[in-house]
Design a binder for this molecule. Structure first.
Ligand code: ACO
Length: 334
């Protein structure tokens, strides 16, 4: 079964309550109707009930039985505002500003997740990545033992000789603009865990650079070397190696030549990029030039799953991200 079908089947096997915070938007409505019909998750739409019902009617969508939460009317809004105030008062949030903030569907949805009224949230068809991440980072925060929220792409390559039958993970391609060595180590460890738990892969993590095992000297190379050292100290059980150039990470012959003692070189299935510029450029090049399907960005490291959509997404993309979010919620619940 392919990756997305597996995610949907897993999601169905133990349904989670997942929020679509942009509930009035057409692609979200179309996705919600499909998710409900296919029983992938118990989806919750955030928005104005009348607007949602009217739009669904116009689109010919059946949304009967789907929960709608309107921050302007919900009896939960003052409860969430109070809890948000308590969480953020040290950061200058007042009771008045908390009440106002809770009318924002993204903050309202994030508080629903925080207070266990839902298990995960998906948004971003209308809002930017930052709009979604900020409430998540402020309210839900990182999972125990994880210092940084990051993101990954599942890359499905037409050339099945790479990764696990063509499946690879790329990180971080969407969240941390310029991770320091501690953050980079954390990204490598979290992505290895994601590869194991979500993708059922045996992770071989290559920490990428323009240098292989000391072939070049530069502060950017040193950062990657130190990150590898820290990741290995923290998790000696994981195969995390570097610094490696992309060809040494991926091509057996080059790997053997440039890094003969490495267990990862030539067979990496997880690529960790040194910063967001290289990560974002890297995944888009593979997507466009190699014809890979890029699923993501999927966030990792949150205490509860919150995921972003591309503003160019389709309703089908939303269904897929909801399924992945539900599976992340299942595994976080253990
Ligand atoms: N992990 C954990 N916590 C974090 C992280 C992180 N990666 N980043 C910030 N935080 C915390 C901060 O410590 C802070 O906590 P506090 O308020 O409790 O002290 C809180 O989150 C807010 O931090 P700020 O620094 O004020 O947040 P900022 O305004 O810098 O926004 C953001 C953080 C949104 C992640 C920012 O770094 C960003 O915009 N990143 C790039 C996103 C982007 O544009 N991606 C490209 C998308 S393209 C694509 O998706 C394909």
């Amino acid at each position: 079964m392919d990756f997305l079908s597996t995610m949907k089947e897993l999601a169905k096997s133990n349904r989670q309550r997942i929020i679509l915070a942009e509930g009035e938007e057409e692609r979200n409505l179309t996705a919600a109707s499909a998710i409900h019909a296919e029983k992938i998750a118990d989806v919750i739409l955030v928005g104005n009930e009348e607007v949602i019902k009217e739009k669904a009617k116009k689109l010919g969508l059946n949304i009967e039985g789907i929960e709608i939460q309107n921050p302007a009317k919900s009896e939960k809004t003052p409860v969430y505002a109070k809890a948000f105030y308590e969480l953020r008062k040290a950061k200058g949030v007042t009771e008045e500003s908390a009440a106002k903030t809770m009318l924002d569907p993204l903050y309202f949805g994030t508080m629903m997740v925080k207070l266990d009224d839902a298990q995960g949230m998906v948004s971003g068809a209308v809002h930017t990545t930052g709009d979604l991440l900020r409430p998540g980072l402020q309210i839900v925060k990182t999972a125990p033992g994880i210092s940084v929220v990051s993101s990954f792409f599942v890359m499905l390559l037409p050339n099945k000789s790479f990764g696990k039958d063509g499946m690879m993970l790329f990180a971080d391609c969407a969240v941390n603009p310029n991770p320091n060595e501690d953050e980079l180590a954390a990204i490598a460890i979290t992505t290895a865990e994601t590869a194991k738990n979500l993708c059922k892969m045996d992770p071989k993590v290559a920490m990428l650079s323009f240098s292989t095992m000391g072939s070049a000297k530069h502060e950017n190379v040193t950062k990657v070397q130190n990150a590898v050292k820290k990741a290995n100290e923290q998790r000696p059980d994981l195969a995390i190696e570097g610094e490696l150039q992309a060809d040494a990470a991926l091509v057996e012959k080059v790997g053997k030549q440039k890094a003969p003692n490495s267990k990862v070189a030539g067979e990496a299935n997880v690529l960790v990029f040194p910063d967001l510029q290289s990560g974002n450029i890297g995944y888009k090049l593979v997507q466009r030039l190699a014809g890979a399907e890029a699923i993501g960005p999927i966030c990792q490291g949150f205490a509860k799953p919150i995921n972003d959509l591309s503003r160019g997404c389709s309703a089908e993309d939303i269904v897929n991200v909801v399924a992945i979010t539900a599976v992340q919620a299942q595994s976080l619940k253990g």
